[in-house]
Structures are given as structure tokens and as C-alpha cells.
Write a protein of this length. Structure first.
Length: 238
């Protein structure tokens, strides 16, 4: 690849002085990979170097993969972008819009004025939000013991809306619900569906919701900065 040395120089500089622990960069065109390199360390407190086969926690990038599965269902006619999502997931018929709270901290709710659709869910315009960043939803979760979406519990999907579907955009649990629609439409759990119809065909052999022991030696730490600005690895479950 032309200018690969310049790219190497820029990426190596990013890990100098422990600005970040390590990184892997890759580029490809229609003919396949044209650049791939690793710099730094997997864990800033340990000597192991970052390698191009490191396995990263991709967090919300799972949304793009789940959306791919949902669009496959649309192509197959098993889901429709604009049908009411409650036709696939009946519990959504009971979903309300959270208006606020009364003096006794009881949530104030009303029925949504528009229907939730798969199109809303895929574009984060359905009204679902994250309790991590939305103050009202954080308060609602506290007073109702609603589990967080990261727990993987289906009960987490019974969260109320923060606004009417289609009214505006806000990041939230929308793709979690779209993933549940894929499960119902396909008859498979999402992990099985993705391995069979997305990750497998694309050769994404190290992509899964389920941790594999063989990844342990290739799994970089997640880091955060302390108040002094120094990076340190966080303790996380696999």
C-alpha cells in the first residue's frame, strides 16, 4: 500500500507517551485488505503487544450487525419497516410515553400518539432511550426496578418511551427491541441467527455475543483515565 509507512508513523505516535494503550487499524477496498497493523499493548500495565488478531469488545457496534439481520428479515418479507412493531412483539401494545412524575414519585404516563415501527427502531426515533443518559428514564428505572438493557433480561424491553414515535431522535434500546423482532420472525435466538446468516457467511469467526475461552489471550483490556489523567485497565467480566 502506498504511504503505509506514513500511516505506521501516525499510528505509532498515537500510542507514544501512553496516550492510549494500543490499537489495531485496517483498511480494505473492493479487492480485499490493503492495510493492517497493530501498535501498543493490549494492557497498559503488561508487556504483551497488541496484535492484528486481538479480539475487541465492540459494544454498540453490535447494533449495526443486528440491524443487518433485521434488514435480512425485511428482504425475506418476514418483517416490514413500517408495520406496527406490536404485531410482532405484542408487549409493545402496552408501551406508554413517560411524561414525568407526581409528588409521590409515581410515573405519569400516556398512550403514544403514533405507532412504533421497525423503521423507528432502526433509526432511534421510536422514543426509547437509555437510562444511562436520560434523567427521566434513570429515575423511572430506580423507582420501578426496571432492569438495564445490558442485563440481557427481556423485562428491560418493557421500558416506556420518552417521546412519541417519529417525533425526534435519541439513542436508546431501540436495536435491542429490533433484535427481539428478529428472534420472533426467524424462530432463532439472535446469537444463533447472526452466526448462521451474518457472521458465518462473512467469515467473522471471532464475532459473537458469547465469550469464548480461546479469546482470553487475545482480549485487550478496557482502560479508563483516573483523575490524574493516567490510563489504567478496568476490571470487567469476560
Amino acid at each position: 500500500m502506498r504511504n503505509a509507512a506514513l500511516i505506521d508513523q501516525a499510528l505509532a505516535a498515537a500510542v507514544n507517551g501512553e496516550k492510549i494503550a494500543g490499537l489495531v487499524a485496517a483498511a480494505a477496498d473492493q479487492d480485499g485488505p490493503i492495510y493492517c497493523a497493530a501498535f501498543g499493548r493490549r494492557n497498559i500495565t503488561q508487556p504483551q503487544r497488541m496484535t492484528t488478531d486481538s479480539v475487541f469488545r465492540i459494544a454498540s457496534m453490535t447494533k449495526a450487525i443486528t440491524a443487518t439481520a433485521a434488514m435480512q428479515m425485511v428482504e425475506q418479507g418476514k418483517l416490514s419497516l413500517d408495520q406496527p412493531a406490536k404485531e410482532i412483539l405484542p408487549f409493545l401494545a402496552d408501551t406508554k410515553v413517560l411524561l414525568g412524575f407526581d409528588a409521590n414519585d409515581i410515573p405519569l404516563m400516556r398512550a403514544p400518539r403514533t405507532q412504533i415501527t421497525l423503521r423507528n427502531l432502526l433509526t432511534h426515533t421510536a422514543g426509547f432511550v437509555y437510562d444511562t443518559w436520560n434523567e427521566d428514564m434513570h429515575r423511572y428505572a430506580q423507582v420501578t426496578d426496571l432492569p438495564a438493557a445490558r442485563t440481557g433480561k427481556l423485562a428491560a424491553l418493557s421500558a416506556p418511551l420518552n417521546f412519541d414515535p417519529g417525533e425526534r431522535w435519541e439513542y436508546g434500546i431501540n436495536i435491542d427491541i429490533a433484535g427481539r423482532m428478529v428472534e420472533v420472525a426467524s424462530g432463532l435466538d439472535l446469537e444463533t441467527y447472526l452466526q448462521r446468516y451474518v457472521c458465518g457467511p462473512l467469515g467473522m469467526v471471532d464475532t459473537s455475543f458469547v465469550h469464548r475461552p480461546e479469546w482470553d489471550s487475545r482480549l485487550p483490556a478496557v482502560h479508563m483515565r483516573g483523575e490524574d489523567g493516567v490510563l489504567a485497565p478496568m476490571t470487567l467480566a469476560p
